[in-house]
Design a protein around this ligand. Structure first.
Ligand SMILES: Cc1cc2nc3c(=O)[nH]c(=O)nc-3n(C[C@H](O)[C@H](O)[C@H](O)COP(=O)(O)OP(=O)(O)OC[C@H]3O[C@@H](n4cnc5c(N)ncnc54)[C@H](O)[C@@H]3O)c2cc1C
Ligand code: SF4
Ligand code: SF4
Length: 422
C-alpha cells in the first residue's frame, strides 16, 4: 500500500510533525499515564509503591522479576485484576485487591474477578485507602476506612463512612491501579487544538477531528481509556474522515454502513440456520491447573473448549442476527403465531401509548431499554406488537404462519470504510 512505518521513536513535538507538511495527522497514543494516590506516608513508602500500569509494563519487559510476599492492589478495574494475578505469579503469596466501591460496582469484568478469586486473591470492597503505615522508615501496610454505598434517586453513588475503626492491612508492596489518564505534554498548546478543563483535546464524536482540522484523534487518546474494540472502531471512523479531508470533501458527509436483510427460508419448515432452542447454561471454560499457572506467568490459563463442548456452546447461540420480519399486507389475523410462540412475545391488540401498550401485551414487556416492534394498523384496526426482548429467534411463528407474513431474515451490517462513496 506504500505505507512507510517508523518504529522506536518517541514523538516529543506535534508541531515538528505538522511542520513536515503532512496533509493530516492521526494521534493514537493511548492513555499512557497511570493515576496515583497522594496519601500520607507516600514519600516514605515510595520504594514499595508502584503505578499498576507501569509495573505491568516493567514485568512484561522483564525489568521486574519479583514482588514482595504481601501485596495490596488498589483499584477495581481490569488493570487491578492484571496486577493482582501477575503479583501471584511473581512471588506474592498474600495478595489482596482493595477497592472503594461495592463488589458489584467494580469496573473489572465479572469473569476477571472470578478468575482472580479462583487464584486465591480476596477482594475487599467498600474500603477507602487512607494512609501508608510506616515504621522505622519502612512500609508496613495501609490503613483503610470502611464505607457503605448509598445511591440517590438518580443513581448517583456516595460512599458513607461506617464509623468503624480504620482497618489495617499489612503489605510489603502496594500497586495502585485506580485508572489511567491521557498525557499530552508533547502537544504544544498553540497549534489550534483546543483542550477542555480536564486537559483532554476537544474531539468531534462523529468525525474524530480536533479543532485543528488537520489533526484527528482515536482510541484511548480521544476520549480516555476504553478497550481494543472501541479503539479499532475509532480508527475506522478517523480513517474515513482523513480520506474525505484529503480529498477536499466535507468530513461530516459520511458514507453509510452497508445493511442487508436476506430470507433464511430454504424449503418447507427448513431454515438455513439452526433454530433449535437450547436451554443449556453457559459451559465453563476449563482452566490450567493452579499450581502450574501460578508458577509460569506466560502459561495460557484458559484452555478453551474441546470440540464437542465447542459445538454444544455454539448451539446455544440465539441467532440474534436472524430477525423476525413482519409483513402486515400478508397477515390475515388468524392469530396462529400467538399460539405457537413459546415466549408469548407476539400480541395482536388495539394500539396505544407505549407505556400503556407494554402492560396489555400477552406477556407484559418490562425491559424499557428494548423498543417494541409495532406494525401498521391491520384490517381489524388492531396492530401486531412484538417484544423483541424475549424472542428466541426460533422461527416457529414463521413456520406456523399460513401466509408467510412472518419471515426469518438474516441481517448483515458492514461498517463503512474509508474510500467508500458517500
Ligand atoms: C493493564 C491493562 C489491561 C487491559 N486489558 C484489556 C482487555 O483485556 N481487553 C481490551 O479490550 N482492552 C484492554 N485494555 C485497554 C486497551 O489496552 C486499550 O483500550 C487499547 O490498547 C487502546 O488502544 P490505542 O491504540 O488507543 O492505544 P495503545 O494500545 O495504548 O497504543 C498507543 C501507542 O502509542 C505509543 N505512544 C504513546 N505516546 C507516544 C509518543 N509520544 N510517541 C510515539 N509513540 C507513542 C505507545 O507506546 C503505544 O504503543 C487494557 C488496558 C490495560 C492498561
Ligand atoms: S421467533 Fe420464536 S420466539 Fe420469536 S416471535 Fe417467533 S415464535 Fe416467538
Ligand atoms: S400466523 Fe401469520 S397470518 Fe396469522 S396472525 Fe400471525 S402473522 Fe398473521
Amino acid at each position: 500500500m506504500g505505507v512507510t512505518s517508523t518504529f522506536d521513536i518517541e514523538v516529543d513535538s506535534l508541531k515538528e510533525i505538522l511542520n513536515k507538511g503532512y496533509d493530516a495527522v492521526f494521534v493514537g497514543t493511548g492513555a499512557p499515564r497511570g493515576k496515583g494516590l497522594n496519601l500520607p506516608g507516600l514519600e516514605d513508602a515510595m520504594a514499595n509503591v508502584y503505578l499498576g500500569i507501569d509495573w505491568l509494563a516493567s514485568v512484561a519487559f522483564e525489568h521486574t522479576e519479583s514482588i514482595g510476599k504481601r501485596v495490596l492492589v488498589l483499584g477495581g478495574g481490569n488493570t487491578a485484576m492484571d496486577c493482582c494475578r501477575t503479583s501471584r505469579r511473581m512471588g506474592g503469596e498474600d495478595v489482596r485487591v482493595v477497592v472503594r466501591s461495592p463488589f458489584e460496582d467494580m469496573k473489572a469484568s465479572p469473569w476477571e474477578k472470578e478468575d482472580a478469586m479462583h487464584e486465591g486473591i480476596p477482594i475487599y470492597n467498600n474500603h477507602v485507602p487512607i494512609e501508608f503505615v510506616i515504621e522505622d522508615g519502612v512500609l508496613k501496610g495501609m490503613n483503610f476506612e470502611k464505607v457503605e454505598a448509598e445511591y440517590d434517586e438518580n443513581g448517583k453513588r456516595s460512599l458513607i463512612p461506617t464509623g468503624e475503626d480504620l482497618v489495617f492491612m499489612a503489605a510489603d508492596d502496594v500497586l495502585m491501579a485506580i485508572g489511567q489518564e491521557n498525557a499530552f505534554p508533547w502537544i504544544e498548546r498553540d497549534l489550534g487544538i483546543e483542550f477542555d478543563k480536564w486537559d483532554m483535546p476537544v474531539i468531534d464524536e462523529a468525525t474524530f477531528q480536533s479543532t485543528n482540522e488537520k489533526v484527528f484523534f482515536g482510541g484511548d487518546a480521544a476520549f480516555g481509556p476504553e478497550n481494543i474494540i472501541t479503539a479499532v472502531a475509532h480508527g475506522h471512523q478517523a480513517a474515513i474522515s482523513i480520506d474525505l479531508f484529503c480529498r477536499g470533501e466535507a468530513v461530516i458527509q459520511r458514507p453509510p454502513p452497508g445493511v442487508n436483510l436476506a430470507s433464511q427460508k430454504m424449503g418447507m419448515h427448513e431454515w438455513s440456520y439452526d433454530n433449535a432452542v437450547q436451554t443449556d447454561q453457559r459451559y465453563v471454560v476449563p482452566l490450567a491447573p493452579l499450581d502450574k499457572s501460578l508458577r509460569d506467568r506466560k502459561l495460557e490459563v484458559e484452555l478453551g473448549f474441546d470440540q464437542d463442548t465447542g459445538y454444544k456452546e455454539a448451539e446455544r447461540c440465539l441467532n440474534c442476527d436472524v430477525q423476525t420480519v413482519f409483513d402486515e399486507v400478508r397477515c390475515i389475523e388468524c392469530d396462529a403465531c400467538i399460539d405457537i410462540c413459546p415466549t408469548d412475545c407476539i400480541s395482536f391488540i388495539a394500539n396505544g401509548k407505549e407505556d400503556e401498550l407494554r402492560t396489555r401485551l400477552v406477556a407484559p414487556a418490562s425491559n424499557l431499554a428494548q423498543e417494541l416492534y409495532v406494525s401498521k394498523e391491520l384490517p381489524t384496526t388492531r396492530v401486531m406488537v412484538k417484544d423483541e426482548n424475549v424472542c428466541l429467534h426460533c422461527g416457529l411463528c414463521a413456520e406456523r404462519c399460513p401466509t408467510a407474513a412472518w419471515d426469518m431474515q438474516k441481517f448483515l451490517y458492514n461498517v463503512s470504510k474509508a474510500g467508500q462513496s458517500v
